[in-house]
Design a protein around this ligand. Sequence first.
Ligand code: NAD
Length: 470
Amino acid sequence: MAEMYDLVVIGAGPGGYVAAIRAAQLGLKVACIEKRSRLGGTCLNIGCIPSKALLDSSYWYALARQQALASHGVRLSGVSLDLPGLLARKERIVHELTQGIAYLFKKYGVTSYHGSARLVGGHQVEVQLVESERLILEGRYILLATGSVAVELPFLPFDGQGVVSSTEALDFSKVPQHLLVIGAGYIGLELGSVWQRLGAEVTVLEALPRLLPQADGEVAAEVHKQLSRQGLRFHLQMRVTRMRRQGDMIIVTAQGPDGTERDFMADRILVAVGRKPCVEGLGLEQVGLRLDPISGRLPVDGGYRTAVPHIFAIGDLIAGPMLAHKASAEGVVVAERLAGMQPRLNYAAIPSVIYIHPEVASVGATEEQLQQQKIRYRVGRFPFLANGRAKALGESGGWVKVLADEATDRLLGVHIVGPQASELIAECATLMEFHASAEDVARCIHPHPSLSEALAEAARMAWCGKPLHL
Ligand code: NAD
């Protein structure tokens, strides 16, 4: 006899667990199946959270080692790295947060199953429990939220030791001598920064002529400059073609745009060339579903319904940026729609953050996108160099750039490279959601002294061409 639920959620990442909690809050009987031993998915276990823990710890270590606090009158001596301690702290944070989800599931009455789920047809989901028992759950609705896995390069397969994905690069037991990073995207730059700060020589190979292909071009150029200054080495337009081993070292051959080849030797290689939907063993074909052959994602309609009307999908499985907060927002929408509400998401206002130093955060269109769409816009820029709070922090590198519609003054995009950009961007996402104009932002009263004044100044420049403090 199958266990009956209103909603069976497959995957307990930020998409699935949030959908499960919201649906349970709204009175649905919910089950959530997760194959990992801990809830929270990639984000909490091997993604956003552990990488941020490492980024923060490595930032403080680099700051201390470089005597960067000397200008504040703080001199440090005897600075050394306790790598096991640093990794243990990361592990504690992951443990506490994943336990927190288990607590929330209990609190809201979500039934949690630890095992692998497979669609078997109709409304049924087969669960192979970790303790080897099999059971069938039946859901009036089923939500697929299985996330994504790292893309492997065929000529550079992951071996968990020398050639690794982001998962293993969170746990190197010693600092690599030379870490070669393939791909100058989010993961390559974040984890490259971590190990460079901890003492590794880091070289990044990128196939395209610039870093961060999705980002605003000026942001990418600034990041290139700042990270190069910190000691990361970049080789652009370098496509990896093969590898060989020499003792403990790995030699990677990459080809430049003119066909010339160059060898790079490293003791560790991090392959960070993107992620793809995690659908292996999910039984999509069993219920007549398949990934779109061009995008590689699972097609859904505006309400996240797949071609099978009672099966929904969200997060990295479907179109859009592979971001935890995007998956969570979609999870909430699915749960609320099942409960009779009619929420919608605005995909033009999804913020994104790269947690390097200085932080990079964006929301809305890039200049390149506006030019492509032939939208006329005005640009307002303001450097943190002229911001009092940034000066006091000793963090005056970077700037805020506001893009506003030339005709209507409406905010079209905001790009920030600078201190606490991850926090500053939240205001910008809210402003875009409420269709603010650059003038609105300039006229909102921002606290003084604060980093947010740089946003108001950049907006003022986009609106009337004249910031007050430049
Ligand atoms: P990415 O898409 O951000 O970057 C991959 C990079 O690899 C691209 O620049 C691409 O041109 C390059 N590349 C592809 N093939 C190559 C090759 N053969 N040789 C050299 N370069 C090559 O992917 P990622 O960094 O792996 O991250 C995966 C996903 O995880 C992203 O979609 C991102 O949204 C998400 N993520 C987000 C955060 C965050 O929000 N802070 C952090 C980490 C990851």
